[in-house]
Design a protein around this ligand. Structure first.
Ligand code: ADP
Ligand code: MG
Length: 342
């Protein structure tokens, strides 16, 4: 119900804020309720200030993965009705982006994140509809690092890790042309039958991502990763086809690096991240303001997602807050970004 009201009011862009548990008791976060969050701004004269931000939903530190997903679920259903959906996780490194999207390391049934739950729903609903619509579901995993796109499901050098069913799927996917949404020539688009198939692919994707992480520690926080699910449905009576897609994007850390302290590769990375996050913010805020010109061309990320941002497409941005006081400057900048796009 909340979702429908929100959609009527806001069109197709929603922003949810999530605050993770505090690692120590020096918190900068004040009150959190359903739709707003306040930050406590310390001042020298002892009279702390307060700044309140409002969003479609705010989730405090005790909100479970299942509760977060409950508000996301209607978007998943709409993918099977032919919509393109983008879900982004934004925030500084350590604020909980990966926790929201994938869950912690070795997640349990309770702690798995949005992407697993989304896939599970897609399979569940397609099964419920199987007497009327036949759905073909395919998965792609990409990484954008320094404005270069890499296929995380590339089989180069990692064939041995594929289970047989995935290998045959990959073989057939070689003959596939790209569906709507992300259009990366040669990127593998792998047919999947179950969440188990997807989990083994995600595993491969994470391993592929980790290959480069050894050279530059924790590359995952400095690249965007995008899990895309393409859905192609065929109505068994009318023969009509339905195409929908969902992009689940774990963005690079939004923290600003001090230009005086970093040089070389690290500075280049930081500049690419700043540029692409700013470009994403520009695209979403110009969509929210219903502007004529939408600046998709300013980054690889927005180019790739162009077909899934704007028009009938639905966008959900999760912005993540690390509640510790020493993260305050980043928290303010995150919430300002979020306000701009909502
Ligand atoms: P990011 O991907 O933004 O760098 P992570 O998702 O890795 O951040 O989160 C940092 C740490 O905080 C991880 O150990 C993660 O498991 C934990 N964490 C994040 N969000 C939550 C949450 N909502 N509840 C419990 N632990 C969380
Ligand atoms: Mg992460």
């Amino acid at each position: 119900k909340l979702y429908n009201q929100v959609q009527d009011l806001k069109g197709n862009i929603r922003v949810y804020c999530r605050v993770r548990p505090c690692h120590h008791n020096q918190t900068s976060v004040g009150n959190i309720d359903e739709g707003s969050i306040s930050l406590i701004i310390p001042s020298k004269n002892g009279k702390d200030g307060k700044k309140t931000f409002t969003f479609n939903r705010c989730f405090g530190p005790n909100v479970t993965q299942a509760e977060v997903f409950a508000d996301t679920q209607p978007l998943i259903r709409s993918v099977l009705d032919g919509y393109n959906v983008c879900i982004f996780a934004y925030g500084q490194t350590g604020s909980g982006k990966t926790h929201t999207m994938s869950g912690p390391n070795n997640p349990t049934e309770e702690t798995v994140g949005v992407n697993y739950r989304a896939l599970r729903d897609l399979f569940l609903i397609s099964e419920q509809r199987k007497d009327t619509i036949h759905y073909d579901i395919r998965v792609q995993m990409l990484e954008i690092y320094n404005e270069t796109v890499r296929d995380l499901l590339s089989t180069d050098g990692v064939q041995k890790r594929y289970p047989f069913s995935v290998l045959t799927s990959l073989f057939f996917s070689l003959f596939c042309v790209s569906l709507n949404g992300i259009n990366v020539p040669d990127a593998n688009l792998v047919p999947v039958q179950s969440t188990a198939d997807v989990l083994s692919l995600m595993d491969l994707g994470f391993k592929n991502r980790a290959v480069s992480a050894t050279a530059m520690n924790d590359r995952s926080s400095r690249s965007h990763s995008c899990l895309t699910v393409h859905v192609h449905g065929k109505d068994l009576t009318s023969g009509k086809t339905i195409r929908g897609s969902i992009h689940l994007v774990d963005l690079a850390g939004s923290e600003r690096v001090d230009k005086s302290e970093v040089t070389g590769d690290r500075l280049k990375e930081a500049q690419h991240i700043n540029k692409s996050l700013a470009a994403l913010g520009d695209v979403i805020s110009s969509l929210a303001q219903k502007q004529q010109h939408i600046p998709y061309r300013n980054s690889k990320l927005t180019q790739l997602l162009q077909d899934s941002l704007g028009g009938q497409a639905k966008t959900l941005m999760f912005v993540h807050i690390a509640p510790e006081q020493d993260a305050l400057v980043e928290s303010i900048s995150t919430l300002k970004f979020a306000e701009r796009v909502s």
